[in-house]
Design a protein around this ligand. Structure first.
Ligand code: C5P
Length: 228
């Protein structure tokens, strides 16, 4: 990673709005965008397809280093198309089931190590917005701008529920809230790169804020820190 490429990290729990905020920032600044959660989701899906069980550390680590994936950016600024072995799996990887499996493989240190360089390679000129759980603490620990985006558990469950409606997942709001809570706990309690705010991150609580208000606050921070 070149020191000269400005990096903005957006970390936080699921459903806080990281993806939306990061895509808006990347579009506005003309920067690249890394959806690091998609890498863990892709690994979970690839493991399922190649019949690698979620406790097979060696198999998962090899897969993490070699899986054939591509992110195709949306020129309109939407979520990138995610391709696994030539198949568009953008919709498939978004399910809460794959989210749960992603958080299981994400707790394995060897897997995180195997994905580290793949993530750091996204730091290309003119700059990068990276969204995830450990962007500001580990993967881009020297990033110029770090944001930790949160929202109350109830609000996050509501947002996830809205995203999943019509996607063959018929969980009630209460059931989904439970799954989101379990995934948060797994992400916060794991020993390696747990979900936490970097000491030098700005925490934004989006519970009561619209996405344009969150964007405006993030944009002000970026202007202050990077003069962009
Ligand atoms: O952000 P998203 O919900 O797509 O992430 C799916 C899972 O991938 C998370 O619950 C977390 O376990 C894992 N993840 C991670 N580190 C990241 C991004 C995602 O451990 N940087």
């Amino acid at each position: 990673m070149s020191d000269k490429v400005p990096v903005i990290t957006v970390d936080g729990p699921g459903g806080a709005g990281k993806g939306t905020l990061s895509q808006m920032l990347a579009t506005d600044l003309g920067f690249h965008y890394l959806d690091s959660g998609a890498l863990y989701r892709l690994l979970a899906l690839a493991a399922k397809r190649h019949k690698v069980s979620l406790d097979n550390v060696e198999g998962l680590t090899v897969l993490a280093g070699h899986m054939d994936i591509t992110f195709e950016m949306d020129p309109e600024g939407g979520r990138p198309t995610v391709v696994l072995e030539s198949e568009d799996v953008s919709s498939l990887v978004r399910s809460e089931e794959i989210g749960k499996d992603a958080s299981i493989v994400a707790a394995i240190p060897e897997v995180r190590q195997a994905l580290l360089q793949r993530q750091q390679a996204f730091a290309q000129a003119p700059g990068l917005v990276a969204d995830g759980r450990d962007m500001g603490t580990v993967v881009f620990a020297n990033a110029e701008v770090k944001i930790f985006l949160t929202a109350s558990p109830g609000e996050r469950a509501k947002r996830r529920h809205k995203q999943l409606i019509g996607k063959e997942e018929n969980d009630s709001l209460a059931a989904l809230a439970n799954k989101v809570r379990q995934r948060d706990e797994r992400d916060e309690r794991r020993l390696v790169s747990p979900l936490r705010s970097a000491d030098d991150a700005l925490t934004l609580d989006s519970t009561e804020l619209s996405i344009s208000e969150v964007f405006a606050q993030a944009r002000t921070l970026i202007r202050d820190k990077l003069s962009l």
